[in-house]
Ligand binder design. Structure first.
Ligand code: DC
Length: 234
């Protein structure tokens, strides 16, 4: 049996990371860690407490004292901060924007990354986000960088928003997508970038199922190669 590894998927908003990450975790029987949900939960608490999103010191302290948990199976992950369930509340456009702002603060990232390492340290985990293969687990077993064209990502976001009953235009969603890309890529603290060894996949013309199958194939191959090379050497 291959051992239980650490799989990372990084990429821009709307590239399909969450859907793919969830499905992979399900098929592998792994824990699914939506790292963006943790920045979102913290942003929710900051807004709730009236903390200014530019106040790096207060936000760093907030990140250090807050307890963010992800629970449930990959298909029904519940997100809580200090025991309060915020699963639905963190999916609004307001929180998307606030999360991308607070994620630029170094102290906030330090605290959240420490919590993520703790949660994933025993392996058997699929993480998805912006820095999971570059910063959180640079020694991950398999790293993916999932991408898609901005128009495709904005279209997917729009469908999600509309499914949740929010009436937004395509132009507005595209503008927000590009704005977020810019912030996530240009910030000095752990910007979104592709790890050299990450496998690059553009999902614009692929179905979710195709992406998942392709990734599973690579993961199984890598993990069983590692297992057999270890048993040869031991
Ligand atoms: O993946 P998402 O849209 O839920 O992420 C929300 C914000 O959190 C995103 O704009 C950038 C930030 N984020 C991050 O900086 N690092 C991660 N590993 C995950 C998300």
């Amino acid at each position: 049996m291959p051992r239980r590894g650490i799989i990372t998927i990084d990429g821009p908003a709307g590239s399909g990371k969450s859907t793919v990450g969830r499905l992979l975790a399900q098929r592998l029987g792994y824990l699914y860690m939506d790292t963006g949900a943790m920045y979102r939960a913290l942003a929710w608490k900051a807004l709730h407490m009236g903390i200014a999103l530019e106040d790096s010191e207060a936000l760093t302290r907030l990140a250090e004292v807050s307890r963010i948990t992800l629970s449930g199976d990959p298909d029904h992950v519940r997100v809580a901060i200090d025991g309060r369930d915020v699963t639905e509340a963190i999916r609004s456009p307001e929180i998307s924007r606030a999360a991308s702002l607070i994620a630029t603060i170094e102290g906030v990232r330090r605290a959240i990354v420490a919590a993520q390492r703790e949660m994933g340290r025993d392996g058997g985990v699929v993480l998805e986000g912006r820095d999971t293969g570059t910063v959180v687990f640079p020694d991950a077993d398999v790293k993916f960088f999932l991408d898609a064209r901005p128009e495709v990502r904005a279209r997917r976001r729009l469908e999600q928003e509309r499914a949740q009953g929010r009436d937004v235009s395509f132009e507005e969603t595209l503008r927000e997508t590009l704005e977020r890309d810019h912030r996530d890529q240009e910030r000095s603290a752990s910007p979104l970038r592709r790890a050299e060894e990450a496998i690059y996949l553009d999902s614009s013309e692929m179905s979710i199922e195709q992406v998942v199958e392709y990734m599973l194939e690579i993961i199984r191959q890598r993990l069983s190669e590692e297992t057999s090379s270890r048993s040869v050497h031991s």
